[in-house]
Design a protein around this ligand. Structure first.
Ligand code: SAM
Length: 236
């Protein structure tokens, strides 16, 4: 029954009329579209290069990927032990991240979060990942730098979609026990170390889900603590 409903929903989502209606809805009730920020990742390293370099230089042996899709990343990761979690495709464990974190008893050196791109789910995934991260390990979060309002809309209306992952990353930037950077590559890769925050973000708003894209548009440098990959490697 759930499979059937999911299929019907997918058909609806790609339906042009549905997309038009959603766009009209957001034009009337949503935020004003401010255009593109202009992130350009074309000459930056890919997530495959980034992860393999980190795993190799840090001699990591345990890798976990949340959201594997077609295994584009998962199969290219060079690591002794790999676990990939996805309710629909790829990886090694066919289940949601919530279920995996409930049953899992292992710890990991490197955790890549790329599952459901909704603030609440990413925030939960980060919280659960921190509990099972080895002390010298790292958490990476995909899709942290949305180029425009449409790319971050929830529910999704575009093919290339960041969702509002950035809000969960901003939440981490306000924690004194997490050191966070965003690598300027591959749609923005959030990087979290379990140690004292070296550049604490102070925000009045504590309801991160409520943050507006216009706030991101005007403040993304300060919010995201953006860093180039070569400089990030020196943070380990
Ligand atoms: C953007 S794709 C992952 C791409 C992959 N990490 C890569 O780099 O090639 C997102 C995936 O997350 C999965 N997903 C959706 N909800 C999830 C959940 N609650 N837990 C784990 N994975 C989820 C989807 O099925 C989809 O395959």
């Amino acid at each position: 029954m759930i499979d059937f409903l999911n299929k019907r929903l997918s058909i609806l989502k790609v339906n042009k009329i549905y997309l038009k209606l959603v766009k009209i809805y957001f034009n009337i009730f949503g935020e004003k579209n401010l255009g593109n920020i202009g992130f350009d990742f074309s000459n930056k390293p890919s997530r495959i290069e980034i992860l393999n370099k980190i795993i190799k230089t840090q001699k990591y042996s345990k890798y976990l990927e949340i959201g594997t899709f077609k295994d584009e990343l998962f199969t290219n990761i060079i690591c002794e032990n790999k676990i990939g979690v996805d309710p629909f495709s790829g990886g090694t464990h066919r289940m949601t991240s919530d279920t995996f974190f409930q049953i899992n008893k292992e710890k990991f050196d490197c955790i890549f979060i790329d599952g459901l791109h909704h603030y609440s789910q990413v925030s939960k995934d980060i919280h659960n990942a921190i509990q099972i991260l080895n002390d010298n390990g790292v958490i990476l979060i995909h899709d942290c730098l949305p180029n425009n309002l449409i790319d971050q809309l929830v529910p999704r209306i575009t093919l290339n979609w960041n969702g509002d992952v950035w809000k969960a990353f901003v939440e981490c930037r306000t924690k004194s026990n997490l050191d966070c950077f965003t690598c300027n590559a591959d749609w923005g890769i959030g990087v979290i170390f379990k140690r004292k925050n070296s550049n604490l973000l102070k925000l009045k708003e504590k309801n991160f889900k409520k943050l507006k894209y216009s706030f991101f548009f005007h403040n993304y440098k300060k919010l995201m603590n953006i860093i180039e990959f070569e400089d990030l490697l020196r943070k380990f």
